[in-house]
Design a protein around this ligand. Structure first.
Ligand code: EPU
Length: 344
């Protein structure tokens, strides 16, 4: 393995922020990993394990070591009449795994189509979209403990997955390198159309000229629909720098909700898993940030939850904008927005 110095990270973060890492290396196989754990540059510095760089915002040069996970491989680990278990290494792109599974006709992952980033990062924030979260299909996570170099398999329960949250963001933060995950998919059709926007789209697709209802014969019908919706709502990071949702949606109690509805009767809310969520995108839009642009940064015109780098922005500029948004939402609604993106 090679350790590089003062490595430029501009192409390794989807915000496209121009920063450098003091040390940088790539992990292409398990031997690289074993070697990594004993390197002085690794042991004596702070480190970041990077996948697709699609959920991180660098605010300055990183005074430590960035380790890029490039472990590749997707395989069917086992199957029975009803289910199939697919194992993927962490450096695979999530969308390549989705394509593999959907093309094989297995159900469970299709609502999570077209999410940027790599497989190894998905359990850390329990990725979710269109009514499905990783936790609904995750079987286990394989990881190496940084201190000891030992391999451990985390069951789904041990991952402590919550809304955009896991044990790897909390008490085990930075302590494990995620090498692979295994998903449990279904051979039996199990379309999940619980998300209103997806259901409405399938009933009245803007993509088909005659507007015919989309018949769901395979998981690909759903992943195609999700891809279409996402492409229309979210900016392509190759063109406009961004990291998807910048903030999490906001949890409120029943009491808070009823008080808010007295003042803001049009406020949308969703009840999921016995918690009430207010879409942060709506709160930000109400504060008139949607489409806002200042200098090199802005709030995406089609989805207020997404902050964008129009080119040349620093991480500091993006954080300044996010702080202004947090302040105005707090003033208008008394609610606290929490960034979803990892700010370094
Ligand atoms: N909304 C607005 N204005 C906006 C955006 C949203 O009013 O500018 C309101 C609308 O009421 C809309 C509702 O928010 O009906 C939901 O919007 P959307 O379906 O776009 O979803 P979201 O809650 O804004 C979440 C995830 C997305 C995920 C979508 C679809 C979070 C933080 N974000 O966004 O995830 O794709 O649901 O399931 O939970 C990501 O994590 O990077 C991400 C893109």
């Amino acid at each position: 393995m090679k350790i590089l110095k003062d490595y430029n990270l501009k192409d390794l973060n989807t915000f496209g922020v121009d920063v450098k890492a003091k040390f940088f290396t790539e992990i292409n196989n398990e031997e690289d990993l074993a070697e990594l754990f004993v390197q002085e540059e690794f042991k004596n510095n702070q480190r970041i394990f990077l996948g697709g760089g699609s959920n991180i915002l660098f605010t300055k040069d990183f005074d430590g070591m960035v380790v890029l996970n490039k472990l590749k491989g997707i395989e069917i680990a086992k199957e029975d009449f009803e289910n199939v278990w697919v194992r993927s290494f962490g450096g695979e792109f999530w969308q390549d795994l989705v394509t593999f599974i959907v093309n094989n006709g297995y159900w469970g992952i299709e609502n999570l189509a077209f999410i940027p980033g790599t497989v190894g990062a998905t359990p850390i924030q329990n990725i979710g979209a269109y009514g499905v979260e990783l936790k609904d299909i995750l079987e286990n996570v394989e990881a190496f403990e940084v201190e000891t170099g030992k391999n451990k398999i985390f069951s789904r329960e041990e991952c402590e997955l919550g809304y955009r949250d896991s044990v790897f963001k909390n008490k085990l933060k930075g302590k494990y390198f995620i090498s692979a995950i295994t998903l449990k998919l279904s051979k039996i059709p199990k379309p999940n159309l619980s998300y209103k926007i997806l259901k409405e789209y399938l009933e009245k697709p803007a993509s088909s000229a005659d507007g015919n209802k989309i018949k769901i014969n395979s998981p690909k019908d759903i992943s195609d629909a999700v891809t279409f919706i996402r492409q229309n709502k979210l900016p392509n990071p190759k063109i406009i720098g961004n990291a998807g949702s910048f903030f999490k949606n906001v949890f409120v109690s029943k009491e808070q909700l009823s008080n808010l509805l007295k003042v803001f009767p049009k406020m949308p809310y969703f009840e999921e898993d016995k918690v009430i969520k207010i879409p942060a995108g709506w709160l930000i839009e109400q504060c008139e940030w949607k489409g806002y642009k200042v200098g090199n940064v802005g709030v995406y015109e089609k989805q207020a939850l997404v902050l964008v780098n129009y080119g040349g922005a620093t991480g500091g500029e993006i954080v300044d904008l996010s702080n202004k948004i947090i302040k105005s939402v707090k003033e208008k609604f008394g609610l606290e927005l929490i960034p979803e993106v990892n700010i370094v």
